[in-house]
Design a protein around this ligand. Structure first.
Ligand SMILES: Cc1ncc(COP(=O)(O)O)c(C=O)c1O
Length: 228
């Protein structure tokens, strides 16, 4: 894995409507999102220059923000175009694309109605999280002590940055114990998902996957179900 810090790279980032130099895509330390997790994001991959299910991702970004009570000031089509522009500006063909939207520094405190909503899209070459050898051998998952919360306790349908603290804690504990990733159960003790992916089980010629009623309904999950 590359150790070049993510704030010190060459290239362009789409930042509030403009392509800016990578190192200039900065935010202030008193940004609301940094303190109160008012931030949503996406993660999508480009293969051979085409972004897989691009519009579904941009739509989900909009929906995630709406669930967190903010409106993205760019249309789905504009976010789609921003992702394509970023790919082209960085001469990327096979890459990971990261749109992110957050409440800015205009207001501090829990209430944040007066903040502006900012949007950025970055892209970089990011190989699969696991090496091909590890995947062929099979990945080992522990069971996290953290549970996915009930939809009454968190905005579980949103790809909200705040929900990822549970994933980071689970993943750290798994790696510290020699596992590749962690399987998180939900608040009822039922199988939910891994820290950055949905999960499927293959048994007796059938695929099984939990209903996403308290965690992300992944676009990959939906695609796998269409193909199965
Ligand atoms: C916690 C979590 N669940 C599920 C997924 C799968 O979502 P998708 O297939 O839409 O990328 C992700 C992907 O980032 C994730 O982080």
């Amino acid at each position: 894995m590359s150790l070049v810090p993510f704030d010190d790279r060459d290239g362009k980032i789409w930042f509030n409507g403009k392509l800016v130099d990578w190192r200039d895509a900065k935010i202030h330390v008193l940004t609301h999102a940094l303190h109160y997790a008012s931030c949503v994001f996406e993660g999508q991959r480009a293969y051979g220059g085409e972004i897989f299910k691009l519009t579904e991702h941009s739509q989900r970004l909009h929906e995630s923000a709406r669930i967190l009570d903010f409106e993205i000031p760019y249309s789905v089509a504009e976010i789609d175009q921003a992702a394509r522009d970023v790919l082209a500006a960085n001469n990327l063909v096979d890459a990971y694309v990261r749109p992110v939207a957050w409440r800015g520094p205009e207001q501090m405190g829990v209430a944040a109605q007066k903040t502006k909503v900012h949007v950025a899209v970055a892209a970089w070459e990011w190989p699969s999280y696991f090496t091909p050898e590890a995947r062929m051998k099979g990945l080992r998952l522990n069971i996290s002590k953290w549970k996915r919360p009930s939809p009454e306790c968190a905005p579980t349908k949103s790809k909200a940055a705040g929900l990822y603290m549970i994933c980071t804690l689970s993943k750290h504990a798994a790696e510290a114990a020699g596992y590749d990733d962690s399987l998180m159960l939900d608040y009822r003790g039922q199988v939910a998902e891994a820290t950055g992916a949905n999960i499927f089980f293959y048994k007796d010629g059938k695929l099984h996957t939990p209903k996403p009623d308290c965690f992300l309904d992944g676009i990959t999950r939906r695609t796998a179900m269409e193909l199965a």
